[in-house]
Write a protein that binds this ligand. Sequence first.
Ligand code: OKP
Ligand code: ZN
Length: 335
Amino acid sequence: MMRLFFDPRQLDHAPAQELHNGAFVPYAETPARAQALCAGVHATESPTDHGEAPILAVHDAGYVAYLKTAYDRWLAAGRSGDVMGYIWPVVRRRALDLTRIDALAGRYSMDSSTPLTADSWTSAYWSTQSALSALDAVLAGDRVATALCRPPGHHAGADYLGGYCFINQAAVAAQAARDAGIARVAILDIDYHHGNGTQDIFWDRGDVFYASVHADPATDFPFYWGHADEVGEGAGEGTTLNLPLPHGTTIAAFRAAQATALDAIARFDPGLLIVSFGADTFEGDPIANFALKTSDYAMLARDIAATGLPTVVLTEGGYAVDNLGENLASFLSGF
Ligand code: OKP
Ligand code: ZN
């Protein structure tokens, strides 16, 4: 039986609303998502606590301090409700060492869709511990293990939150695997959205391959990352692979793109594969525009399993809550 990791503290983060298309709407990345993930699979195990060191191996110390203190600073500034920035430094504006919460809320975020609550750090921390525990299982010899990562991680960069993400679990797990002695790690991201945070973190590194199949950022969030001509830089040139697809994509084109990604990963010859699995490619997803069916996920997983690579599966998005458990179950059945 595949080991599955989840901690109930991952449920605590529950922002009231997000800014979407010019209006405040209920937050899409709900605790109910985690309950649906749990309900779709067999019993989960609590993760072991690896502390903050693996997080700080990827994320900026000032950013981590911000995540831990922002809510209290927000209250101290006389606010109520969730922390939301309203001013962002323009690209290439000089970095300033500012202290006011409103300045920090912009400096440490990429968007307005990711409110920070009193519980965000705790939930993201345990989501990350679940990922690290799944990695442990695979390092100990399991062929595959899964962490139910909610909140998700792939939009979070070394020093910014966004896209419902605070800590980048895939990046933390990849770095932990490197630190455990695995020379080359590959990350396959098959969430509907491009994982800009993961790409940024490993952009100039030759030891971690990032491949993503996602909605074309010309039409979809996160817009500024994930275009096909983004291939990495320096030592990382050629170890980023972006495969954008159009609205309406069904399994045939998605599976072919994933095969292209898996071929490139096989050439990279990693010792470990981390899969950022998003079920927001599902035909019924309320915030996305692909058309995969529940049974398609098993096929995608079988193709991944055919690589023979030790694999850590981490969940990312998926907002059709009523179908989320069965979509995850279908995917995991393919292993
Ligand atoms: C997170 B994951 C703004 C809407 C922004 C953010 C989407 C984040 C997706 N109008 N929506 O990759 O599933
Ligand atoms: Zn997504």
